[in-house]
Design a protein around this ligand. Structure first.
Ligand code: HEC
Length: 491
């Protein structure tokens, strides 16, 4: 936890990450991994059967894929890195230590993928005649590279759910790349992601058909039948992949699922929610059956809606996967707030502030309680909670205790929060620090305010006893507010 903390109050670090990551997946799976192979198949088929209109359609779809994957897709992909490095530097640092060469490989594959995307599109009209089959081969290579980028990242995502043997020695886990890649979740998750990408890729092409072709045209009928068949062919693999995946999800994560899907407030609806998902899945199957049997009769609106249903399921799947991992970034090794599992007892014994580099105080006193509590909030809770915004901590306590908060009850809750709510890590501090956090929260409720992260408030380094303040200038000073007061007074 030795990094200055970036904190985006109101929206929350969690939502920031979720937005970037989910947008990325919604582009990567249907547009890159799923749609490129279909477009290449359509092109190949147009070549074999001599259907120039189908070739032109495949080219049109490719243009859109090209635009979206190289802009929003690439930006959000790199954006995940930037966001994760800001909000969970410790987590990404630990992952890098293990997956360094995998990530280096990923960058190379990604660059090749982008080059192939550009070439595939710009050579469409150039590699013609006898050279057309080279163009199809270029597309096939592109589809393969798109899949490989996903396959590498899935290893890391699986690891973040169950690192398997890797954590057997929690003190100094071995940097065993192969062991980490072959974590128990990897292959099941890859099977599910691959097949579902192919399905959503198909739905995306159906969506494009609704935009680019006329309802009664032969072109639409012919393409719709092929793509519907493609979707139907993958659906059994999605079902098998999902079952296989579910079987390897660790038990403690399964218990998080109802809250993961709908948040605590609506978690009792999770049965109904699953019915909606099932309903969507069944309607996707029905649309594809219809598209196969009688493509001319499928109403355009079905093609549009199916795509959005497919995306909705994918988005929820990502959200739930991110949630069920809680309270960990790497199960058994590191909690979501960047505190390592084996550091926890030390922090609970000696105090979190004792070891925090970027905090205003080392020890809690009656005078500095509220400031110290704010620093503890930033260190221990701010990965997941805001002040009064999304998942705001004040509202959470309001829901528990109503308008009258008793600081002692708050303190007791804080010290045992992980037992009642296992998706939260244990409180990583001493009893005195729990008291300070409670005091800060009571104050925050009385005077709701924005909590500033290091990016706007600067950082402070606690003074060492007996030294003058000027010997320890804080690089930025913790803002112009109370923090800098504290620095002047000394503590
Ligand atoms: C790993 C993420 C995470 C961390 C770290 C975390 N929480 Fe939570 N907390 C959650 C989630 C998720 C919920 C449930 C949100 C929902 O669905 O309503 C929650 C719920 C709560 C609730 C309501 C519990 C209830 O039973 O109604 C309180 C109070 C709370 N958190 C306080 C804290 C405090 C204080 C800290 C820091 C010491 C903290 N949390 C750290 C994720 C976290």
């Amino acid at each position: 936890m030795d990094f200055p903390l970036f904190f985006l109050d109101h929206i929350g670090n969690r939502m920031l990450m979720a937005l970037v990551a989910i947008v990325h997946v919604l582009i990567n799976h249907p547009f890159a991994v799923g749609a490129y192979p279909i477009v290449v198949l359509l092109e190949w088929w147009a070549l074999r059967k001599g259907l120039p209109a189908l070739d032109a359609l495949a080219r049109k779809i490719t243009f859109l894929l090209f635009l979206i994957t190289t802009t929003l897709g690439a930006l959000t992909g790199v954006g995940i890195w930037l966001t994760a490095a800001l909000i969970a530097p410790f987590g990404i640092g630990s992952l890098l230590r293990v997956f360094f060469s995998a990530w280096a490989f990923e960058w190379i594959i990604f660059i090749i993928e982008v080059i192939l995307i550009v070439f595939y599109y710009v050579t469409w009209d150039k590699l013609t005649g006898v050279r057309k089959k080279w163009h199809v081969a270029l597309g096939a290579a592109l589809a393969a590279f798109s899949w490989i980028t996903m396959a590498v990242i899935t290893a890391i995502l699986g690891f973040m759910m169950n690192p398997g043997q890797w954590v057997s020695d929690v003190v100094t886990p071995q940097v065993d790349l192969l062991g980490a890649i072959l974590n128990p979740i990897y292959l099941p998750q890859l099977a599910f992601r691959t097949s579902y990408s192919m399905v959503t890729g198909g739905l995306m092409v159906l969506f494009m058909l609704s935009l680019f072709t006329k309802k009664d045209s032969d072109l639409r009928a012919v393409t719709l039948r092929r793509v519907s068949l493609w979707i139907l062919a993958w659906i059994p693999f999605v079902a098998l992949g999902a079952l296989w995946y579910w079987r390897v999800v660790p038990e403690f994560m399964k218990q998080n699922v109802s809250v993961a899907l709908l948040s605590m407030k609506f978690s009792q609806w999770h049965g109904q929610f699953l019915w909606i998902v099932a309903g969507f899945a069944v309607s996707l199957v029905l649309v594809s059956v219809w598209g196969t049997v009688s493509p001319r009769r499928v109403p355009t609106v079905f093609l549009l809606v199916s795509f959005f249903m497919g995306l909705w399921i994918l988005g929820h799947f990502e959200r739930a996967r991110e949630f069920v991992r809680k309270p960990y970034i790497i199960p058994g090794y590191m909690y979501a707030n960047g505190i390592r599992v084996n550091e926890m007892p030390i922090f609970q014994r000696d105090g979190l502030l004792t070891y925090a580099t970027y905090a205003r105080h080392r020890t809690v006193t009656e005078e500095n309680k509220i400031e110290a509590g704010e620093d503890i909030f930033l260190l221990a809770c701010s990965r997941c909670h805001t002040s009064t915004g999304l998942n705001g901590v004040v509202n959470k306590f309001n829901a528990l205790y109503g308008d009258q908060w008793d600081p002692t009850a708050l303190k007791t809750f804080i010290r045992t929060m992980h037992t009642a709510r296992p998706y939260m890590p244990p409180f990583p501090g001493s009893a005195k620090e729990a008291e300070a956090l409670a005091a800060f929260l009571v104050d925050l409720k009385a005077r709701p305010r924005t909590i500033h992260g290091a990016q706007s408030a600067g950082v402070s380094i606690p003074q060492i006893e007996g030294k003058e303040n000027k010997d320890f200038p804080s690089p930025l000073g913790r803002g112009q507010g109370e923090g800098s007061e504290q620095l002047k007074e000394g503590n």
